[in-house]
Write a protein that binds this ligand. Structure first.
Ligand SMILES: Cc1cc2nc3c(=O)[nH]c(=O)nc-3n(C[C@H](O)[C@H](O)[C@H](O)COP(=O)(O)OP(=O)(O)OC[C@H]3O[C@@H](n4cnc5c(N)ncnc54)[C@H](O)[C@@H]3O)c2cc1C
Length: 333
């Protein structure tokens, strides 16, 4: 990437456009995290962001702090992800605004949209960066975390997806961003609906990529029924249930809960792995997690190498006691 896009930090920041995501009218915490991390890096120089779809104004997560402008297309057609419309609106805004860098949080949506936009805009794609890019460089963990590589965009334009962080940042500032309405183009003939099937997660369930606490299960849970205990534990924490790929392949849990290389990258403050061996492909999805707790009956399981707290034992014995103790503790609060 040429230096002129990233010379003075302020100038570089003004040429960056952040894509904020909403789901079902709620701003995603990964987007809030990205916005606030950018605020810290750009030290008060105004940011630009784009948000597609209506957002519940009462929701506190809309309270993004720090100076900047949010181009908001508050149109019902954009409530659900529409690849063609999203690609067109973001692409046009990027070109008209003279931006040079488009930033996404690494999510299921960005994994679909970022490559398509990279083709449309002729921009280099730097995906799954472990931190915000600096001076056009992005660091990414490789081979499931065994190595780290530095990637430099080869084109003057770049599209960057950034892995979430478990550290919640809220810059101390009195500024709030301005919201600018963004017009949605009338559907063109080629804007035929491209979604043939949509699977909506059960109401009330927290998305594993958004949750502050994730309780995940592996083959060691024994069966789909074994996950009832994990659901109970997750709900006591107000968190989400996650799963290893084995569990998903067995059909015990939906793919939306899979964590790892071919699943979701997560960054909860607390991650509890139950009956999960800790294969590298699984660990690559939890590198952003804060505190890691592992419960496994094999004291040599690789998961213990990354765990902050480890409990060697059978999940069938440990988990009921854990749930009972947590309930007791919560009663006293
Ligand atoms: C290209 C590729 C991509 C992949 N992507 C992913 C991915 O995204 N996510 C992912 O998770 N995997 C992924 N995998 C699969 C990965 O390699 C492992 O096979 C998988 O993570 C293992 O799942 P597991 O830990 O649930 O099962 P296992 O490896 O079978 O481990 C089960 C663990 O449970 C413990 N256990 C058994 N019974 C009990 C009990 N009663 N109490 C306590 N502990 C018990 C065992 O000691 C063991 O450690 C991928 C593999 C490949 C090749």
């Amino acid at each position: 990437m040429s230096n002129n896009t990233h010379g003075a930090e302020g100038q570089g920041c003004s040429r960056r456009l952040i894509v904020l995501e909403q789901r079902e009218g709620v701003l995603k915490s990964t987007s809030v995290d990205l916005w606030h991390r950018m605020q810290m890096q750009c030290k008060g120089s105004g940011l630009s962001a784009v948000l597609l779809g209506p957002v519940d104004k009462e929701n506190p997560s809309l309270q993004l702090s720090g100076p900047g402008v949010i181009h908001h297309a508050c149109d019902e057609r954009l409530r659900r992800y529409d690849p063609r419309l999203y690609r067109r609106i973001i692409g046009e805004l990027f070109e008209e605004g003279g931006f040079s860098e488009l930033l996404f949080a690494d999510t299921a949506l960005s994994r679909d949209l970022a490559p398509a936009l990279s083709v449309r805009l002729g921009a280099s794609l730097l995906s799954r960066c472990s931190a915000l890019p600096e001076a056009g460089r992005c660091h990414r963990r490789l081979y499931s975390g065994a190595a780290e590589g530095t990637f430099v965009a080869s084109s003057p334009r770049a599209i960057v997806t950034v892995s979430p962080s478990s550290i919640l940042l809220q810059p101390a500032t009195v500024f709030l961003p301005d919201i600018l309405p963004l017009a949605v183009p009338a559907a063109a003939h080629d804007d035929l609906p491209s979604i043939v099937r949509q699977v909506v997660r059960r109401e009330g369930m927290v998305d594993v990529a958004e949750a502050g606490v994730v309780v995940a299960g592996g083959r060691g849970m024994g069966s789909a029924e074994g996950f009832a205990l994990l659901e109970e534990l997750a709900s006591l924490f107000g968190g989400a249930v996650g799963a290893s790929r084995t569990v998903v392949d067995e059909g015990w849990r939906p793919h939306g809960e899979q964590i790892g290389q071919t699943g979701k990258s997560i960054a909860p403050r607390l991650y509890i792995a139950c009956g999960i061996s800790g294969a590298v492909q699984h660990l690559s999805g939890i590198s952003g997690a804060g505190t890691v707790v592992a419960i496994n009956r094999d004291s040599h399981a690789p998961i213990f190498e990354v765990a902050d707290f480890g409990l060697v034992g059978d999940v069938g014995e440990v988990l009921p006691e854990f749930v009972a103790a947590l309930k007791e503790f919560l009663k006293m609060q």
